[in-house]
Every structure is written in C-alpha cells, then in structure tokens.
Design a binder for this molecule. Structure first.
Ligand code: ATP
Length: 317
C-alpha cells in the first residue's frame, strides 16, 4: 500500500501553479526524500499533505484513505516535525509533552512520555525550561511530540537544518530507528548529503512539477550514461588492456602504475565480467572501486541542465 499517494495534486495562487499536477507515490516503510530548489513547491505540498492548505485540484490519499473525505481520522495517522519548533519558553520538556499528550488523548501518558524522552535522549533535561534548550534539543523534543500519538507516517520538514554534527547524527539515528519500527518517513529537505545518507527513494520537484521519483540508485543511473571503475591489479599487462578494450561496454581504458581506470556503460554491473576477463589473462584483481555521481550532482543535472535526459524515464514516474 502507498502511505502517501497524490493524484494530480495542484495548488494555484491567483492562476499561478505553485504545485502542478503532482503524482507522488510514497510506499509504506520507505524513507522518502522530497527535494527541490527554492520556490519549487515543497512547502505548499507539505501544507496540503497536512490538510492545512486545500488543493485547487487533485486528491491526497494517506494510507489509502482520501484526505478530503476523512480529514480528522486521516490526520491522526501523521506525525509532523517542522523546521523550527514553536515552544513555550517557560514550560519544561515534561510539561510540554504532557500538554500535547492531553490534546491527543494519549493513553498511559506518564509511561509514554518517559519512553519518548528516553528515546530522544532528553530524560535528564525533562525538568529544564524550554527557553534553555539548544536547537538540537528543541528538534529532538519536536520528534518526541510528533511520536506521542503513535502515527504511522512521519512528515519532516528540514529536520536537521541548523544542527551541529552531533545533533544531525542523533536525529538521523532517530529517523532510522523509527523507520525500522515500521514508520514511513517523508523528508522535505535541501540538505542533499543528508537525504542521500537516509533516503531509499527520492522525488525531485521544480516549478511545481515532478521531475523524477525513483530509488537513489536508479536516479543516478538514469542521469549518467557511464561510470568510472578503478581497478587495482598486481600488474598491468598489454594483454589485459587489449582484452578490456575489446568489450563493447568499455569506452576507455587508462593504466597508471598498478591502477586501471575504466569508463564503462552504466546499463548494468560489469564488474564480474571484467574480473574474470582479467583473471583469464593471468591478472590478479586486488580491488575494484566504483565512482558514482553524488545526489548533489544528480540534483543539479535534473533541475538545471539535462531535464530532457529524464524524459526517457518519464513513463516509470
Ligand atoms: P523554499 O525551499 O524556498 O521554502 P518551496 O519549495 O517550499 O521553497 P513554496 O513555498 O511551496 O516553495 O512556494 C512555491 C511557489 O508558490 C513560489 O513561487 C512561491 O512564491 C509561491 N507561493 C507560495 N505561497 C504563496 C501564497 N500564499 N501566495 C502566492 N504565492 C505563493
């Protein structure tokens, strides 16, 4: 089942399409990255998913249920953490969670709060006033608040922006832990390296339109016709180079000391074939390294340069 499915989702502001016919499919159990440059329509989409903004056209299905038909019961399935937490400075962490637990009618409130404070490593700070909380602590408390009513789906808006490396790691671990427990996670973010570390699937939008929705691996593959392999050998011989050059999928072979650099087509993984060809010519492969493009390179290619490259994959989107 899809945790989120948007069908022709559109939002117009005075005739301007901030979100234009968006068809997203977030499968249950996924960590899904929602990316786009400034003004792409990410916030507008998030606000529609949360039922705060009403779409001009289209429908949103959360866990198979149309949001417009049953907004209350559907929204209960969602936990949200925004980029900034709006906290009451004079409240303690315990009081803050207690306030929301009452609002959400959480059963076993005391135990639940204790469990969540412990999960986000804030047990020791439970009686501290929120005005004294660091940015990272505030963000972790936001997570605890979002998890109080045990939602099936977590929507995170820039969850690690402004955090230091320790804070980023703690939030990343928390996201992975919740995902392992079965929660679907939807992350809207600019931090591509973070998304790359966490997400199994990525959507890229620009000017309100979906440009790509695919697994990280496929996305990178679709954006580049070739990849580079670095092969470490005990010794490079002319025979080995000639054999490799005879393959159709090998576009370039360069050798320096005991490292061969090959440019090969990215249609499939050719490493096994290459290793066995080298072995047949008496070579010994000590290691093969693959240099992939990063999500950042893919993002720039998609949003700025080669949008046409994606057209060939559009039918799978
Ligand atoms: P950022 O990463 O900068 O936050 P975003 O991807 O979240 O950008 P949105 O805030 O959704 O983008 O905005 C999408 C487009 O819709 C922008 O061109 C923005 O100017 C426009 N827009 C957003 N809200 C409104 C509004 N209330 N009225 C008119 N136009 C709006």
């Amino acid at each position: 089942m899809n945790a989120i499915h948007t069908k022709n989702l559109t939002k117009e502001y005075d005739g301007f399409k901030a979100v234009d016919n968006l068809n997203l499919k977030v499968e249950e159990g996924e960590i899904y990255g929602f990316l786009g440059p400034n003004g792409a329509g990410k916030t507008t989409t998030m606000l529609m998913l949360l039922g705060i903004l009403k779409p001009t056209q289209g429908e949103i299905y959360i866990m198979g249920e149309p949001l417009s038909k049953n907004p209350l019961s559907t929204k209960k399935k969602i936990g949200v953490v925004s980029e900034k937490q709006y906290l009451y400075k004079e409240m303690t962490a315990q009081e803050y969670l207690s306030f929301f637990a009452d609002l959400y009618k959480v059963k076993n409130k005391k135990d639940k709060i204790e469990e969540l404070l412990s999960a986000v490593d804030l047990l020791d700070a439970r009686n501290k006033k929120l005005g004294a909380f660091s940015r990272g602590m505030q963000q972790k408390l936001g997570f605890a608040r979002a998890l109080l009513h045990e939602p099936e789906l977590l929507l995170l808006d820039e969850p690690v922006s402004g955090l230091d490396p320790t804070g980023i790691k703690q939030i990343r671990d928390l996201i992975e832990k919740e995902n392992k427990k079965g929660k679907t996670i939807f992350i809207s973010s600019h931090l591509l390296s973070e998304v790359e570390k966490l997400c199994t699937k990525v959507a890229i939008i620009n000017k309100g339109k979906l440009l790509a929705e695919d697994t990280m691996e496929n996305l990178k593959r679709r954006l580049t016709d070739f990849i580079q392999l670095e092969i470490e050998l005990t010794e490079i011989t002319k025979q080995i180079i000639d054999t490799l050059n005879s393959f159709d999928f090998v576009k370039e072979v360069k050798g320096e000391k005991n490292i061969l650099t090959l440019k090969v087509t990215s249609d499939k993984d050719h490493r096994a074939e290459i290793s066995s060809a080298i072995a047949q010519k008496g070579g010994v492969v000590l290691g093969i390294k693959k240099r992939d493009i990063s999500l950042e390179e893919a993002f720039i290619t998609i949003t700025q340069k080669n949008i046409s490259l994606l057209a060939k994959g559009e039918e799978d989107v």
